[in-house]
Design a protein around this ligand. Structure first.
Ligand code: SAM
Length: 327
């Protein structure tokens, strides 16, 4: 756990000092039912907002952090100083940005100079600010706008983010956002959604739109060919999230962690040096070989690497689901 993550988890915990966790647990259950039915459009109460922060924010933070790291892995020379976060909620993306670009990767020296968070729910902005209270170092660079994201016209930020928002938008609204981004000076756009069939349907729709406009894909796709994912399957990845006591209690889980599944797409108008392939599933190892399920050359295929092929085996033996496969 890095410093930023620790601070976020501490800030989340401190929000719940005087709140009935029993009630929150019940509300969280209702909230997840709504999400499962894709019915969540606005937070109906303050308890729903808090339930979202307690139960979802640690996991969505990790998923966004993972996605942002792919920008550094695939396109390390793209400089990111300014960010527009559309549908910012409690500021989840902001924390992921700080984790990836400010503190962890000293060698990148990407100092974020301006992060603009747009959110229509005033109370969520209140909580986003509250979570940042102890994070004095960066507070000057952050601006909050209480606004409908569809009214935002200025996309001239290096990076534009939409995390867990696309499923609250209609396709024509997504098109509008993609168009505005495309004709702006922005370099990169990131979408992160739940790693469900429905979440992936949104990501695939967005990917197709961006490619049609001539954009390149930074991640996860290793090319801009037609997506080869079969109809009943979906492209998703996962992050392991450590559960705090509160997290464990309101989710009713016994394990000290949970695996958060997510789908994402990162596109750019700049050139990209794509890897050969990306690993789409858990890697299977036998005594003789390793099996990788890959997205490669516009196909989903299995590639085997024999243990006796020592040079190649050494290069791939530590790779896992979600990693690039470039040998
Ligand atoms: C599921 S939350 C995700 C929040 C945050 N991005 C995250 O990753 O945790 C979706 C947020 O988008 C906001 N939102 C949805 N549609 C919006 C719109 N048209 N304008 C502004 N905010 C919007 C909601 O109020 C909500 O806070």
């Amino acid at each position: 756990m890095n410093e930023t993550e620790k601070m976020l988890f501490d800030s989340i915990n401190s929000l719940f000092e005087n709140i009935s966790l029993k009630e929150l647990k019940f509300i969280n259950l209702e909230l997840s039912k709504k999400y499962k039915k894709q019915k969540q459009k606005t937070f109906a109460s303050d308890k729903e907002r808090l339930a979202y922060i307690a139960s979802r924010m640690p996991a969505t933070f990790k998923a966004i952090e993972y996605s942002l790291n792919e920008i550094i892995n695939i396109s390390p020379s793209i400089k990111i100083k300014t960010v527009l976060d559309l549908g910012a909620g409690p500021g989840t993306s902001l924390w992921a940005l700080l984790s990836v670009f400010n503190l962890q990767n000293e060698e990148i020296k990407t100092s974020l100079s301006n992060i603009c968070l747009v959110e229509k729910d005033e109370k969520m902005i209140f909580y986003a600010k509250k979570l940042l209270e102890n994070f004095n170092k960066i507070s000057k660079k952050i601006t909050f706008e209480k606004k409908d994201i569809l009214k935002i016209k200025n996309y001239d930020f290096d990076l534009v983010m939409l995390s867990y928002v696309a499923n609250e938008l209609k396709n024509y609204q997504i098109d509008k956002i993609i168009n505005r981004w495309f004709f702006s000076k922005s370099k990169i756009i990131v979408f992160v959604e739940p790693g469900t069939k429905y979440g992936f349907t949104n990501i695939k729709y967005i990917r197709d739109k961006l490619i049609k406009k001539g954009c390149n894909i930074i991640a996860p796709c290793p090319n801009t060919l037609k997506c080869p994912m079969p109809k009943n399957d979906w492209c998703h990845f996962y992050v392991r999230v450590k559960r705090s006591k509160i997290h464990k209690y309101i989710k009713g889980g016994s394990l000290g962690y949970e695996d958060e599944k997510f789908s994402y797409v990162i596109a750019t108008k700049e050139n990209v040096k794509n890897p050969k392939a990306r690993i789409l599933r858990f890697v299977k190892k036998t005594k003789q070989e390793i099996h990788f399920t890959l997205c490669k050359d516009g196909k989903v295929l299995i590639e085997k690497v024999l243990r006796k092929d020592k040079k190649r085996y050494k290069m791939v033996k530590k790779l896992n689901w979600g990693d690039v496969f470039d040998v």
